[in-house]
Write a protein that binds this ligand. Structure first.
Ligand SMILES: [Fe+2]
Ligand SMILES: [Fe+2]
Length: 186
């Protein structure tokens, strides 16, 4: 595995993405022509972030932490609920009716979820898992994010469906993203 991929551990990568997600919600709420780009970047970041957590990080937490099974089940349930809201937001789009209200709803759910991950799960993973293993997990997270789906899919919520969806839906979503970008440039 490339050494550069192992430079950061999973907790560092995901915590930094939580901060990016927080800024992403702020940018996606700003009015003006840049909103679409900010919205699409946020949707993409949320999709790949949660995909990596669901496929790799919660399963490790479930196996190694004493309270792992209950904790992972709660995180998965929160992610499932947030995904329902995200699908609605995706369909509304950045200039649709009720966009800001929906964005705010998703923001509250996602940020509360992220804060619980940091407080309950990431801190415990740091204590329970060695630094080399956490760096390996960080590499898995980053590799998964390179080909994960880039938009919310309602039925993709757990380890198995995320691992299945990445090679199937990932390329499909990315092809659609490119087509949309090309259409906008024309
Ligand atoms: Fe999550
Ligand atoms: Fe997260």
């Amino acid at each position: 595995m490339a050494l550069s991929l192992m430079r950061q551990d999973a907790v560092d990568v995901l915590t930094r993405q939580h901060a990016q997600i927080r800024r992403g919600f702020y940018r996606a709420a700003l009015p003006g022509p840049g909103r679409r780009r900010a919205f699409e970047r946020l949707m993409r970041l949320l999709a790949v972030h949660e995909a990596a957590e669901e496929a790799h990080v919660h399963p490790v937490a479930r196996r190694v932490l004493a309270s792992g099974p209950a904790l992972a089940a709660r995180r998965r349930q929160e992610e499932k609920e947030a995904k329902e809201l995200l699908v609605g937001l995706w369909h509304t789009g950045p200039y649709g009716k009720g966009y800001l209200r929906r964005l705010n709803e998703v923001r509250r759910a996602v940020l509360a979820h992220a804060a619980r991950e940091e407080r309950e799960e990431f801190a415990a993973l740091r204590r329970a898992v060695g630094s080399r293993r956490l760096r390996l997990l960080g590499a898995e997270v980053r590799m998964t994010q390179a080909y994960a789906p880039t938009r919310p899919h309602r039925w993709v919520n757990d380890e198995a469906t995320n691992k299945l969806a990445a090679p199937l839906l990932g390329p499909f979503d990315r092809a659609r993203d490119l087509a949309r970008q090309a259409a906008r440039r024309r």
